[in-house]
Design a protein around this ligand. Structure first.
Ligand code: ATP
Ligand code: MG
Length: 489
């Protein structure tokens, strides 16, 4: 039976070029699965009985991608005007996997069946020709209907071949909102420890996709249940069963999961999600009983947590910049935010500690933390008030330092000695520039300096003082604007 699918013309053209030369060509993998699910495919993969050498001669813009014979073809005119790489891989037969990572040998096959058989899950092994012919040897469509991730063939040997598939199963289930078939889950539970042998980068990439999915908390619980999480971020599991103080109803693990759950719900970026997930990771090791408080305390869990986070992220080969952002957010997640008591200088301190680029992420982590604790959202007024205070301290104050002239240059020009006259001139110049920023040039300012210097002493003093006042007024107005924007007093 043939079905119609919307395949970009540029992609179809690649397949048709192969077919035109008498080769077979099928769309395969995630793109077919996504088409059947009505989702937008991320990338387009084609599998063919043509050999790499035969493929490259057909496409002038092609290049060899890897040792598996994959050829990348840059399409000329994609429908959405973007350049796109279509990956063409010859039908493959894989040899034994002795290192649980990659086949000892790869040979080309002439049979589509061989290629489908070596793929990971039934839903990823449906082939589709441009004319709409579906080849579905493992009932992938049934599993799509049942929303099930199921390994092809004997799940145990499939995970024994390639341990990363176990984490892929969790990731794909989270991204598609599927469940993992029972036999497949059982096999993962048996082979979970093989994840140890995987390259950190590959684990990291799957972990990121779980965290960026709509249900990271479910993915992490599932990873824990299947025994995978301890090879990804074992320190997360240290929070299991660790009771917190009276303000919390959940143990540390559940609290961290609920916090990242909210971060996903708000569609926050990776650094915020990871900080939400790791923010209390220092709690298990810092927990002490206080007889005085009759409660648990966690002094220093922010400092320790930030170190543990750095260790986890290093072990997963996260880039330095991302690690710095996340560890900083974990380090300062306890910042004091009572807007009734907080001062601007305290806000300024926290902004300078986490950096302007991360201050809003920190606010978001705080929101997630509250929700993850089961507390209601911060009162909208207090939140707006805090946001206004951040904006206030982040804005550069108006100052004569912004002028393209300074006191020293004025003294050079006018031959005057240090004294209040210089301040008067600077303020008068500043007022002129506030009225017309275009005047902030050395030429204009030097000319104007000489004019001002020629004024009688009393007149200059008057001009200088009134300019200073109007600067202060402007400054106040700017701050009021910010508060108005945030609807706070
Ligand atoms: P997406 O592109 O949305 O991430 P995908 O399923 O296309 O999902 P890719 O990593 O692009 O994932 O892989 C393309 C196809 O290659 C998969 O659909 C699957 O058929 C096959 N594949 C990928 N990784 C493996 C693996 N580790 N073992 C077996 N087959 C795999
Ligand atoms: Mg893909």
């Amino acid at each position: 039976m043939k079905q119609r699918f919307s395949i970009p013309k540029a992609v179809a053209k690649v397949a048709e070029t192969l077919e035109g030369k008498g080769f077979q060509a099928y769309l395969i993998g995630g793109c077919v699965r996504d088409l059947l699910l009505g989702r937008k495919p991320k990338d387009w993969d084609i599998t063919t009985n043509a050999k790499p050498e035969e493929i490259v001669v057909l496409f002038p813009s092609s290049f060899y991608e890897n040792e598996y014979g994959t050829v990348g073809v840059v399409t000329e005119h994609a429908d959405d005007e973007t350049l796109r790489v279509v990956e063409i891989t010859p039908y493959r037969l894989e040899g034994r996997y002795s290192d649980k990572r990659r086949p000892d040998s790869v040979t080309w096959s002439t049979d589509l069946k061989d290629d489908l058989k070596r793929r990971d899950f039934t839903i990823n092994a449906i082939a589709l020709s441009v004319s709409g012919e579906l080849v579905d040897l493992f009932d992938g469509r049934v599993d799509i209907r049942k929303k099930t991730v199921r390994a092809i063939g004997d799940p145990r040997s499939r995970f024994d071949e390639d341990a990363l598939r176990m984490l892929r199963a969790v990731r794909i289930a989270m991204e598609l909102d599927f469940t993992i078939d029972t036999a497949t889950q059982d096999a993962i539970a048996v082979h979970a420890a093989h994840l140890k042998e995987m390259a950190a980068e590959r684990i990291r990439d799957e972990f990121i996709r779980i965290v960026m999915s709509e249900r990271p908390h479910i993915g992490l619980i599932l990873s824990h249940k299947l025994g995978l999480l301890r090879y990804v971020a074992p320190e997360l599991e240290d929070g299991i069963g660790v009771a917190q103080n009276k303000a919390h109803s959940f143990d540390v693990f559940e609290h961290m999961l609920r916090t990242v759950e909210h971060a996903a719900k708000k569609n926050f970026p990776l650094e915020t999600r990871l900080s939400a997930l790791f923010h209390d990771i220092g709690k298990p090791v810092t927990r002490r009983w206080s007889d005085e408080k009759k409660d648990w305390t966690f002094y220093g869990h922010d400092v320790v947590g930030s170190k543990i986070t750095a260790k986890i992220m290093a072990s997963l080969a996260f880039p330095k910049k991302m690690t710095e952002a996340v560890t900083t957010l974990v380090r300062w997640h306890m910042f004091f935010s009572d807007t009734e008591k907080i001062t601007h200088s305290a806000v300024r301190r926290i902004v300078s500690r986490v950096g302007k680029e991360h201050i809003w992420n920190l606010m978001d982590v705080r929101t997630c933390d509250r929700i993850g604790t089961g507390r209601p959202k911060e009162s909208p007024y207090r939140l707006r008030k805090y946001h206004a205070m951040i904006d206030e301290v982040m804005r550069d104050p108006l100052s004569v330092g912004m002028l393209n002239i300074n006191g020293r240059r004025i003294m050079e020009l006018t031959k005057m000695t240090p004294g209040p006259r210089i301040g008067y001139i600077l303020h008068a110049l500043f007022e002129a520039v506030l009225d017309d920023p275009g005047k902030n040039t050395p030429d204009y300012l030097e000319k104007k300096t000489l004019e001002l210097d020629a004024l009688p002493e009393k007149e200059l003093e008057k001009r200088g003082k009134s300019a200073k006042e109007s600067k202060e007024k402007e400054e106040k107005k700017a701050l009021q604007e910010i508060r108005k924007k945030h609807w706070v007093e």
